[in-house]
Design a protein around this ligand. Structure first.
Ligand code: FES
Length: 177
């Protein structure tokens, strides 16, 4: 490059790519609109999704009966469990058959038949010292072992004893049979 050419290019005004007024306005308005929409939509999204992200509350233990009142003969007991699932809170009524085993330990069984979910009963003329289901005739031993019709043993509640009281927790597969 000659000396003259260098001087020319040094004095040429730098060409800038200029933004038109229209472009400036549309960028500004677009940005402001997106910002405001985000302010409205994000809290709504958070509200909608939040309960799904929160860990489901584990079923706690519920105080149901004094340990001294539990006998070897199963007793039917009703109790309520507080549940929180997302936005929904409820206190469903639960039932259990509670008794002491041969080992003297307290255990509690679900009264829901493992055939099709009817409510079982304990003992009586047609099934002495057994659980029986009125729907299709399932039978279970005192420990919940399935004797006929039902494909599985009765479910068992987790049990803990504290200060002379029996507490029932979540249901699990029968551990006694
Ligand atoms: S539901 Fe109990 S025997 Fe069918």
């Amino acid at each position: 490059m000659s000396h003259n050419e260098q001087q020319d290019s040094a004095h040429k005004p730098v060409k800038r790519k200029e933004m038109s007024r229209r472009q400036f306005l549309s960028y500004t308005l677009g940005g402001a609109t997106a910002f405001m929409a985000g302010g409205v939509v994000l809290p709504m999204l958070r509200f909608a999704v939040d309960p799904i992200l929160v860990k489901k509350e584990e079923g706690g233990f519920v105080k149901v009966i004094e340990e001294s009142k539990v006998t070897t003969e199963p007793q039917q007991i009703g109790f309520k469990v507080h549940q929180v699932d997302g936005w929904y809170e409820s206190d469903p009524k639960m039932e259990a058959y509670i008794a002491k085993g041969e080992d003297g330990k307290v255990f509690a069984l679900s009264p829901v038949c493992k055939h099709l979910g009817c409510t079982i009963g304990w003992s009586g003329e047609e099934a002495p010292n057994e659980y029986h289901c009125p729907c299709h005739g399932a039978r279970y031993t005192k420990d919940g072992k399935n004797l006929k019709v039902a494909p599985k043993p009765l479910d068992e509640y987790q049990v803990k004893i504290e200060n002379g009281w029996v507490y029932l927790g979540p249901l699990e597969a029968n551990t006694r049979v």
